[in-house]
Design a protein around this ligand. Structure first.
Ligand code: ADP
Ligand code: MG
Length: 609
């Protein structure tokens, strides 16, 4: 049965389908009502669209009040640019927008809205009233609209700015109304949204109230002041600032101290050019930087703001614009990851390193459970020599603290090294690193050292078991020899656990679709082939299981080679990463990483004694 309005409309327009014709064009109001469903799903969507419009209008003060969890009324008042009578008449039409003119504009969107859909969608499913006055005009105007009827416009005396009233949402769409949740839960959605706006625009005074109380009234201020008002002084005090600018990407905001980590992601906020977004990749970059600082199953709070050229991101993926696509996701992942790791380091969440350490950093300590354990004195890490299982720290031993840098060539992240106290160190014959200690000199093989670092990192990725596959722009298809293909079949499950995504195309092809996000870009193909080769070779030499061998093979292939020139920063970064290892003394093959040359030995050779 057709709704009465459709029947009336058909009769009025003589468009009753005739004879064999079964297709016809939907009347405007019906098309609008269907389209409205995409933009306006619940009272929260109304609040979102209206506040975004106020922000786009350049408002410095916005007040939001709701009644009946927004089902009865959503009321938004702003002191933004307002509208002329002509614009007011247009703004509730579909595809009416002042924010987008040409196809090119679509690639450089700087406003929160641009589709010109929201007011039209609201007008299709509610009673809408807009009062507005443009700053440069003497008088304002009021528009009254009801679905299915001509809107009325009349002069209205008011201050510059805009006030929107949305009443009786979905009064004409019972099916939608039935879908709404209880008032409590609809209201909670609106509150969450308002908190996100408060964090997205701390420079705007923002007031939020319902029929009973003022929920918040936040003066314009800094992000930190906002956080303090919303989450309390104590919470704000423990936060760690993050700041980075690289390759046209600016990152700022705050991350939580590991002790502030929560069992949910509710306190993770990410904004891109002022828009709240959800992005698994970036959340993962933050999470991965904390790594072993976090209790399993907990997530650090963060409020991070990314700013980048709008041409480098596509926000037009989803009508609500919460999901975005970055042109260069891996680069942004790297910027965020490094910035967070660096912030943690510089706030001493990581341990201070004692560079001139005299003896082995490994020390025997009593353990109430197993008698004796080995503890890395630099990192507090407990080392069980036979395997690399992590254990809870017994009382009296410092907990695991060092956030290890990502699995990258040290050359790719010299920033961490800048923060370290500088030991005196030199590269020798592009192969060894020479490093002054109070007792003499220590010599490190650069390849072997880096191998050790990467090996432990990869084992940790296995342990963490939360892979983050990074899709390749174009899948790579490789041809393998039969033995390599068989090896790949065998290793597949483990590789997927690391974040590789593979499609086997028997008899001898494989399509590489994604690699672990932590891995350096560009050499994926080579890495996989070499991994398969080394793995087979290691089957005989490396003790342990599949994982140890995969880790050893990958580490060997990814590590800096003998003969590569390293800068001082890279050297220092490598040394630091090495000292954070659980077993810094041997490479995965059992070769020594260091050679120690005590001063006494030198003195003896020079016959000083
Ligand atoms: P969009 O925001 O995508 O342009 P909307 O339907 O939300 O589409 O709004 C249509 C137009 O109405 C906007 O482009 C803007 O010009 C105008 N408008 C809406 N709300 C306001 C406001 N609060 N202040 C000034 N102009 C507004
Ligand atoms: Mg809008």
């Amino acid at each position: 049965m057709l709704p009465p309005s459709v029947r009336l409309w058909r009769q009025a327009t003589n468009m009753e389908p005739m004879g064999t014709q079964r297709i016809w064009i939907l009347p405007d109001f019906l098309a609008s009502q269907i389209a409205a469903g995409e933009v306006i799903q619940r009272p929260e969507s109304v609040v979102k669209e209206l506040v975004e419009n106020s922000l786009d209008a350049g408002a410095t003060q916005i007040a939001v009040s709701v009644r009946g969890a927004g089902k009865q009324l959503v009321h938004v008042v702003d002191n933004g640019c307002g509208m002329s009578r002509e614009d007011l008449a247009l703004c509730i039409r579909r595809h009416a927008t002042s924010k987008l003119r040409s196809a090119e504009d679509l690639h450089r969107i700087t406003t929160l809205g641009f589709r010109g859909e929201a007011l039209a969608a609201i007008a299709a499913v509610a009673h809408l009233e807009i009062r507005t006055r443009a700053a440069e005009e003497d008088t304002g105007w009021r528009l009254l609209s009801e679905p299915d009827a001509q809107p009325r416009i009349e002069p209205w005396a008011m201050e510059p700015g805009t006030q929107v009233f949305v009443r009786n949402l979905f009064f004409n769409v019972p099916a939608r109304r039935k879908f709404l949740r209880s008032d409590l839960s609809e209201f909670r959605l609106i509150s969450d949204l308002m908190v996100r706006f408060a964090l997205a625009a701390p420079h705007v005074r923002l007031t939020f109230s319902d029929e009973r109380t003022v929920i918040f009234d936040l003066p314009a201020g800094t992000l930190l002041e906002r956080l303090e008002r919303l989450f309390g002084e104590e919470f704000a005090r423990a936060l760690i600032p993050v700041e980075a600018a690289e390759g046209g990407v600016a990152l700022s905001g705050f991350i939580g101290h590991p002790q502030q980590a929560r069992p949910s992601r509710a306190q993770q906020f990410l904004f891109l050019n002022g828009r709240w977004i959800q992005h698994k990749g970036i959340a993962h970059a933050v999470f991965a930087a904390y790594e072993q600082l976090l209790e399993p199953g907990t997530f650090p709070p963060f409020v991070l703001r990314l700013e980048l050229d709008p041409e480098r991101v596509d926000v037009n993926v989803h009508p609500q614009k919460y999901e975005v696509k970055f042109e260069d996701e891996r680069f942004i992942y790297g910027v965020v990851h490094t910035a967070v790791a660096r912030a943690l380091h510089s706030h001493n969440v990581a341990p201070a390193l004692e560079w001139g350490l005299a003896q082995a950093p490994l020390e025997q300590q009593p353990d109430p459970h197993s008698g004796q354990v080995l503890v890395n004195r630099l990192t507090g890490e407990i080392v069980l020599p036979e395997r690399f299982h992590r254990r809870a720290a017994p009382v009296g031993v410092r907990p695991v603290v060092a956030p290890a840098p990502p699995v990258v060539h040290p050359a790719q992240q010299p920033e961490l090294a800048e923060l370290l106290p500088s030991p005196r160190c030199w590269q020798l014959h592009r192969r060894y690193i020479l490093w002054e200690t109070p007792q003499g000199v220590r010599i490190v093989d650069q390849h072997v050292a880096h191998e050790r670092v990467l090996y432990e990192r990869i084992l940790r990725l296995f342990e963490r078991g939360e892979p983050f596959p990074q899709r390749l722009l174009l899948p790579l298809t490789l041809q393998l020899d039969p033995a390599a293909f068989a090896t790949l079949e065998e290793l597949r499950a483990e590789l997927e656990r690391l974040g590789f995504e593979l499609r086997l195309l028997p008899p001898n092809h494989v399509e590489l679709q994604a690699v672990p996000a932590e891995f350096p870009a560009g050499k994926e193909e080579q890495l996989l082939c070499e991994l398969l080769e080394s793995y087979r070779e290691y089957e005989q030499h490396i003790p342990g299981g599949v994982r140890e061998r995969v880790a050893a093979a990958l580490a060997c292939r990814m590590a800096v080679k003998s003969g590569e020139e390293l800068s001082e920063l890279q050297i220092r970064s490598l040394l630091q990463q090495l000292l954070e290892c659980r077993l810094p003394y041997v490479c995965p093959h059992g070769r020594p990483v260091f050679v120690e040359l005590p001063l006494e030995e030198l003195d003896r050779r020079f016959e000083r004694r």
